[in-house]
Design a protein around this ligand. Structure first.
Ligand code: MLT
Length: 412
């Protein structure tokens, strides 16, 4: 008899975005003429940058020649040309020195942030900010690190750190220990960004408690202020307490292409039951080489094109386009009396629901009356209740139309 992993039964309803998709589909079936504008899931809408497309074509042509054909990728998964771009543009340019074998290229930060927990012990305690990207929590539930959810949907075994208006949605580290803490900046869903001081506090806490920070920087390209940290390794000492994840998804339109990377510094260690220190880089390497076979060569070539001068310019323009959308959302809805957060260094605007509506009621009303899809904050955790997230990923026309429609729906 094949017993199931009963931890899966502890999970709350379905994963958030399929649930939203289900509600939107039901609405569309009932209202076939409604022109729905999708500002829910943070999926990019602009086509790939020309430099990226050119690199894809060239790599495909190369694969069609006897000399250029490639089978499995290099043992560590990453091609040197891509590592060179990552090391130079994402780190050396910010004063951070990393070694090529500290970078693990993968097919997405969602996967990496889901899988990284495998290298930690089953009894590790987990800390997350709340609201939170659901993947961090759900994967730890699946792995059996929690009990059954309580009535707020919170799991014993996970320490929830409230991200609130009062703390600018960047909670300070816990006062006590936790073994592994997930941080995301710029934050999904609140759009808040951690300052250098915020991160320094977290690094100090992790070092004091011998904890590991899993730092998800998938939205770093949206940071507008160059003095804000893009990488946690800009903070002294982070290389002994932090793993970092970065992605090409939002910065270069790769949500369908799939390319990301995770940094596991060689100085980072965990502890065995007998007290022996073990390099996390070795464990992650072991995990990846067993369960993963690298990102396709053509995709790695396309990702490397992001680091060429044309690629940098073209992808910068895409980010600027989305950030102008974010400003329209903030100004357009803020001007109509909505209380808006985020959207300044992130493609997400976090909005307090008007009229005391619950997140899902607000979601339903905005869908029903404005035909705009948002994401209910409660789907990201108990502290997301009373908020909705609006994504800036769509065309200018649609974002402008969405602002007008939402304003109309809530006009008295
Ligand atoms: C989101 O909308 O939160 C993101 O698109 C999810 C993701 O990147 O997986």
């Amino acid at each position: 008899m094949a017993r199931i992993n009963e931890n899966y039964r502890k999970l709350q309803a379905g994963y958030l975005f399929p649930e939203i998709g289900r509600r939107v589909k039901a609405f569309q079936t009932e209202h076939p003429d409604a022109q729905i504008i999708r500002l829910g899931i943070g999926d990019v809408t602009l086509p790939l940058a020309p430099a990226v497309v050119q690199a894809l074509h060239a790599a495909a042509d190369e694969m069609g020649t006897a000399e250029g054909f490639r089978g499995y990728g290099p043992e560590r998964g990453a091609e040197q040309f891509l590592l060179d771009g990552i090391l130079e543009y994402d780190f050396a340019a910010r004063g951070v020195t990393l070694e090529p074998d500290e970078i693990f290229v993968s097919d997405g930060s969602k996967q990496d942030s889901a899988n990284i927990q495998e290298i930690f012990g089953p009894n590790c305690s987990i800390a997350v900010t709340d609201p939170v990207y659901p993947v961090y929590v759900d994967t730890n539930v699946m792995a059996g690190r929690t009990g059954e959810a309580d009535t707020d949907g919170r799991y014993p075994g996970i320490l929830y750190l409230a991200a609130t208006e009062e703390n600018g949605f960047v909670p300070p580290p816990p006062t006590g220990p936790a073994d592994v803490a997930y941080l995301c900046s710029p934050n999904n869903p609140t759009g808040a960004v951690a300052s250098r001081d915020d991160l320094a506090r977290w690094v100090g806490w992790a070092r004091n408690h011998d904890a590991i920070i899993i730092y998800d920087a998938a939205y770093d390209a949206f940071i507008q202020d160059p003095s804000l940290p893009r990488s946690i390794y800009e903070i002294e000492g982070a290389e002994v307490c932090a793993i970092e994840m970065r992605s090409f998804s939002k910065r270069a339109g790769f949500t369908g292409m799939r390319c990301a990377y995770t940094v596991v510094p060689k100085a980072l260690a965990g502890t065995t039951a007998s007290g022996e220190r073990v390099a996390l880089n070795d464990l992650w390497m072991r995990r990846q080489s067993t369960k993963f076979n690298a990102v396709p060569y053509v995709v790695q070539r396309a990702a490397a094109a992001v680091f060429t001068p044309e690629g940098q310019k073209q992808t910068r323009e895409q980010i600027d386009y989305y950030m102008a959308n974010a400003a329209l959302l903030r100004d357009g809805l803020g001007g109509a009396g909505f209380t808006c957060f985020g959207g300044e260094h992130a493609p997400y605007v976090w909005i307090r629901t008007p009229e005391g509506l619950s997140s899902w009621d607000c979601f339903d009303r905005v869908l029903g009356e404005a035909h705009v899809v948002t994401t209910p904050g409660a789907g990201f955790g108990a502290c997301g209740e009373g908020y909705v997230r609006i994504s800036a990923f769509n065309s200018r026309e649609k974002v402008e139309a969405a602002v007008l429609r939402i304003r109309r729906a809530f006009a008295d």
